[in-house]
Design a protein around this ligand. Structure first.
Ligand SMILES: *[C@@H]1O[C@H](CO)[C@@H](O)[C@H](O)[C@H]1NC(C)=O
Ligand SMILES: *[C@@H]1O[C@H](CO)[C@@H](O)[C@H](O)[C@H]1NC(C)=O
Ligand SMILES: *[C@@H]1O[C@H](CO)[C@@H](O)[C@H](O)[C@H]1NC(C)=O
Ligand SMILES: *[C@@H]1O[C@H](CO)[C@@H](O)[C@H](O)[C@H]1NC(C)=O
Ligand SMILES: *[C@@H]1O[C@H](CO)[C@@H](O)[C@H](O)[C@H]1NC(C)=O
Ligand SMILES: *[C@@H]1O[C@H](CO)[C@@H](O)[C@H](O)[C@H]1NC(C)=O
Ligand SMILES: *[C@@H]1O[C@H](CO)[C@@H](O)[C@H](O)[C@H]1NC(C)=O
Length: 611
């Protein structure tokens, strides 16, 4: 034991002496550290100076293991170069350089994280002693892109404890990367019980770190719009690098502090019969909160915050409340709106139904409809406006005033109506006609018409001058009005009257038709009407004519006889005396009386020449 101690002490002394001795002679210079990314190739350079004329120098490379032992990597003397077998570097290292150049470079390819050790370059001269240089290799692995995962479920602010917001993770970094949580561009400030960051890391089998960080906090309403993300810091050769995750937001559930309720439709005024749509909205978003409508002591459950009331009436008037209840805390928040339903009742007309007026009489009628609004009233007759305003005033009424009056009451798209029947009573009035005197060719047909008004509705008859009643061809009768038409075959002059009468009086209108006979030759022909009444006259005329002829014949015979007794003178005087009478006779003959008689009797058209 003692001997061994003594030996090691001696060795130590020798080493000390040689180092001290070499200091002036052999010098080695190396960088303290060499930084490199994993997988790259890196040179480790060892520079040295030797005194003049030195030969037989030995160059050795070592590295310091994790346990702190010095492990040989390479040996070189003037006769051989040997890479130590069985080290982690054996297959990936090469050494280049000569003693003469004073530079020896060890190159390590495909650097691994484990390669981050201390390397020793040792230059030994048997005469001048040994000099060592040391370089630490720093290996870096740039981590993968970081990820962030937010908790999808929302957070209720009614929870007053820490909730996990999300987790950031970054894989395969070396050395261990740092994760910092940010909220809206500012690093979060951990505070116990309020906001806590829980880091964790795993060293993978590949020697790289996977780092995670979990953010936990008590969620408040103000956090609802916040964006959270992580920043990753990691070392790289000669500095550090940084990456960020994407940002996440969180859903924060908070109860309402106010509830808004309003009539969504109809826009404008509400009328009876409308469907009204009430909307309700709280300013919170608690899934646990429910809305209820309340009106007149009844509760209604809306669908999607919308409540529809169909067919409203004035009874639907009043306050509509919407209540938001948080089923977690049983807190209630209310909002309300007032609904007013407008109405228009049925029109009431005074007097009712039907009114009977005397000609020249007066009427004031009114039409009213109860409404919540200012109404507008129009009176119409036969589709035309006759008066505006709720009163209808008729003065000095005529038959024209009779009829059905409609009052139309309108307001804001609502309308109602009422009617009034006006009857005007009075004696018949026949409408004057310009065609009461006419000339018509015989053998034609004429329609005579008579338009009568009066109430009670008059009755109409047609009568000729001699009292014959004619049957009307057509008669159209309406209340208070009659239109009667008679058809007449014109054969001779005729006079026909239309007589109208009712309980209050009568009226008549007479038509005179002059018949025009067209004969082909003699213009001044006096025709006698045919028919029963004409026949008697004809016979009488014939008899008279025959008598006249007989008298004439006997007179002539008497004169003739007298002339034979008295001689020529008598004959002359006779001629003189009777000249006027002769003329008369001639005239009568010329007058064609006999022919006319014959014509009349035969009823044929026979000219005198034909006779
Ligand atoms: C070794 O060094 C020589 C001269 O210094 C150089 O030409 C050669 O490329 C080097 N080889 C390697 C593998 O570095
Ligand atoms: C990581 O965080 C630690 C402690 O906050 C700090 O000392 C270190 O410098 C950080 N590293 C990087 C790469 O930012
Ligand atoms: C929150 O994130 C979701 C999904 O990424 C997105 O649809 C939503 O708009 C975001 N909300 C806010 C307030 O940024
Ligand atoms: C509206 O109310 C009236 C009278 O109460 C009724 O006749 C009608 O059927 C109702 N209409 C609807 C759509 O409910
Ligand atoms: C009434 O009407 C009739 C016929 O239109 C007319 O003759 C009379 O003057 C009127 N009377 C008044 C008072 O207007
Ligand atoms: C009057 O009212 C009735 C129902 O009340 C309706 O059927 C009729 O069309 C209305 N008449 C007019 C002209 O508006
Ligand atoms: C008279 O009335 C009848 C039927 O009413 C009609 O067929 C005829 O054409 C009318 N005659 C004249 C001349 O108007």
């Amino acid at each position: 034991m003692a001997a061994r101690n003594t030996v090691s002490l001696l060795v130590g002394l020798l080493a000390l002496l040689s180092t001290w001795g070499v200091a002036a002679k052999v010098e080695v210079s190396m960088e303290d550290r060499v930084e490199v990314f994993k997988g790259e190739t890196t040179p480790i350079t060892c520079m040295f100076t030797l005194p003049e004329g030195v030969s037989g120098v030995i160059i050795e490379w070592f590295y310091v293991t994790k346990r702190g032992e010095k492990q040989s990597l390479y040996y070189q003397d003037p006769s051989k170069k040997v890479v130590t077998k069985g080290t982690q570097f054996t297959d990936r290292m090469s050494v280049n350089g000569t003693v003469a150049s004073g530079v020896i470079v060890m190159t390590i390819s495909d650097v691994q994280v484990d390669d981050g050790v201390e390397f020793i370059c040792s230059i030994r001269d048997l005469v001048e002693g040994t000099a060592n240089g040391r370089t630490t290799l720093k290996v870096f692995a740039k981590p993968d892109l970081p990820t962030i995962e937010g908790v999808k479920t929302g957070f209720s602010i009614n929870e007053h404890s820490l909730s996990k917001i999300g987790t950031c993770e970054v894989k395969n970094g070396f050395p261990k990367p740092n994760i910092t949580w940010y909220r809206n561009k500012t690093p979060v400030r951990p505070a116990p019980g309020v906001l806590e960051v829980v880091p964790s890391s795993i060293l993978g089998s590949n020697g790289l770190f996977t780092v995670k960080s979990e953010l936990n906090m008590v969620v408040k309403k103000e956090d609802k719009d916040d964006l959270f993300y992580c920043e990753i810091n990691f070392f790289v050769p000669a500095g550090w690098g940084m990456t960020e995750t994407s940002a996440i937001n969180i859903t924060v559930y908070y109860p309402s502090t106010a509830v808004d309720v309003w009539v969504e439709s109809p826009k404008g005024i509400i009328k009876e019969g409308d469907s009204i749509e009430l909307h309700c909205r709280g300013n919170g978003n608690m899934p646990s909160s429910i809305l209820t409508f309340h009106h007149n002591g009844e509760d209604y459950t809306p669908e999607n915050n919308v409540m529809v009331f169909h067919n409203v009436t004035r009874l639907s008037n009043g306050v509509y409340e919407c209540i938001s209840t948080d089923t977690d805390t049983f807190k209630e928040i209310k909002g309300k709106t007032v609904v007013f339903v407008n109405y228009l009742d049925a029109a009431v007309v005074v007097p009712e139904d039907t009114v009977l007026l005397d000609l020249g009489g007066e009427l004031t009628a009114t039409c009213n409809a109860l409404s919540s609004l200012q109404t507008e009233t129009v009176w119409m007759k036969f589709g035309e406006e006759v008066s505006r305003g709720h009163s209808l005033i008729l003065k000095n009424v005529t038959f024209d005033s009779a009829g059905t009056y409609l009052c139309l009451v309108t307001v804001e798209g609502m309308e109602t109506n009422g009617t009034l029947n006006v009857k005007v009573q009075g004696p018949p009035q026949i409408m004057k006609s310009d065609h009461t005197e006419m000339e018509e060719s015989s053998e034609t047909t004429v329609n005579l018409s008579c338009n009568v008004r009066g109430f009670p509705t008059p009755s109409v008859i047609w009568i000729t001058a001699d009292g014959t009643i004619l049957k009307a061809e057509s008669e159209v009768e309406r209340e208070g009005e009659v239109m009667s038409v008679v058809r007449i075959d014109v054969t001779s002059d005729i006079t026909a009257s239309c007589k109208a009468s009712n309980a209050l009086g009568t009226d008549s209108l007479t038509f005179n038709i002059k018949a025009i006979v067209h004969t082909t030759t003699v213009p001044a022909t006096t025709t006698t009407t045919t028919g029963t009444e004409g026949t008697g006259v004809v016979i009488a005329v014939v008899i008279i004519c025959i008598l006249l002829l007989a008298i004439l014949g006997s007179v002539l015979y008497f004169l003739y006889k007298k002339g034979k007794i008295c001689g020529r003178s008598g004959k002359q005087s006779l001629t003189k005396e009777k000249s006027g009478k002769d003329n008369i006779v001639v005239e009568m003959k010329n007058d064609n009386t006999e022919e006319a008689v014959l014509l009349g009797v035969n009823g044929e058209k026979q000219t005198p020449r034909n006779q």
